[in-house]
Design a protein around this ligand. Structure first.
Ligand code: MLT
Ligand code: MN
Ligand code: ZN
Length: 312
């Protein structure tokens, strides 16, 4: 087998939030540009990254509904040997949201890999029998505890930690009926961030985060790369766009702009490279040349695109 020197490699497989871009049923101002093939916008699939230290063994962090087309468009993730093979050796989940787990249903076909998630997210998958297509004895389901560090894939270690967030949308009705209310910024097993280390580099992947905390800021400090929740430009963006009634806070996502936004929260934090991922289709940063894109870039943030490759 060909091995190359240990080096942190990352591919953004998908950079959009739940729904993708353009979303199948949306004609908001930004989606309308995409439907019209306006050159200022690029289509995006739902959020996921692939990471590797040797370029041979890869782990996915989250598994989007478009995982098949994502794998098809990245040669390093194609089957490499024999009749049946995949470089994807592990999948780690940051929550149980549809945009992060639905692709697991396409990773059937009796291909072994390790599926890692917190006990509560593993419980959500177990309670839905459709995921039993990932047959016991083929796909190893491993519970990983908050705060723990583990080998994710050859040469890449991961540490998982809670970030403020909420349970998946499809669990909300039951939770609200049981508990009387829904918490949208609790720290627990339902939403995590991932710290990845390989080749002496440290990278953080945090596609969903309801609020910045001192502990999180301290963890981000000194990182080589941070990929962070870029769902919304502003909290009431979906309301203003006329496509919904929910704010970012209600959905468990802090916005980019504003005094409580991530641009401000991370302005003074020492990070090598800052990239927004999990970008909602209403977010004007998706438009090249928009004042919001320019403001984010000026503040040192890049806007992820599908297929973006980073070697550190
Ligand atoms: C989110 O990130 O808030 C969820 O993916 C929303 C959804 O399930 O559509
Ligand atoms: Mn999402
Ligand atoms: Zn839209």
């Amino acid at each position: 087998m060909i091995t190359s020197p240990s080096r942190f490699r990352l591919v953004v497989l998908g950079s959009a939030a739940g729904g993708g871009f353009p979303q199948w049923n949306c004609r908001c101002a930004v989606c309308s540009l995409a439907w019209a093939n306006d050159p200022r916008v690029q289509r995006r699939t739902q959020a996921s990254i692939a990471v590797s230290a040797d370029g041979v063994h890869w782990a996915l962090v989250n598994c989007a509904p478009e995982v098949l087309s994502q794998i098809q468009s990245v040669p390093a993730l194609h089957p490499q040997a024999g009749l049946r093979h995949s470089p994807v050796a592990a999948v780690l989940l940051t929550n149980a949201d549809i945009d992060h787990v639905a692709g697991l249903l396409s990773l059937r076909e009796a291909q072994p890999f390790t599926l890692l998630a917190t006990p509560s997210v593993q419980g959500v998958l177990r309670s839905s029998s459709a995921f039993d297509v990932l047959a016991e004895g083929v796909v190893a389901r491993r519970e990983v505890e908050l705060g723990s560090s583990f080998d994710l894939v050859e040469g890449v270690s991961a540490t998982i930690f809670p970030v403020p967030g909420k349970i998946a949308l499809y669990l909300e009705a039951r939770e609200t009926a049981e508990k009387g209310a829904l918490a949208t910024d609790v720290e627990g097993e339902q939403t995590i961030g991932v710290e990845l280390r390989a080749g002496g580099r440290r990278v953080l992947y945090i596609p969903g985060c309801a609020a910045m905390t001192d502990a999180l800021r301290a963890r981000l400090d000194g990182a080589d790369l941070v990929l962070f929740d870029g769902t919304l430009w502003q909290d009431d963006e979906m309301v203003r766009a006329g496509v919904g009634t929910k704010t970012g806070a209600r959905m468990g996502h802090m916005s980019m702009s504003g005094e409580n936004g991530s641009i401000e929260a991370l302005r003074q934090v020492n990070v090598g490279r800052k990239i927004y991922v999990h970008i909602n289709n209403t977010n004007p940063v998706l438009v090249d040349g928009s004042k919001e894109r320019i403001a984010a870039n000026k503040a040192g943030w890049e806007i992820a695109q599908d297929g973006m490759e980073i070697a550190l």
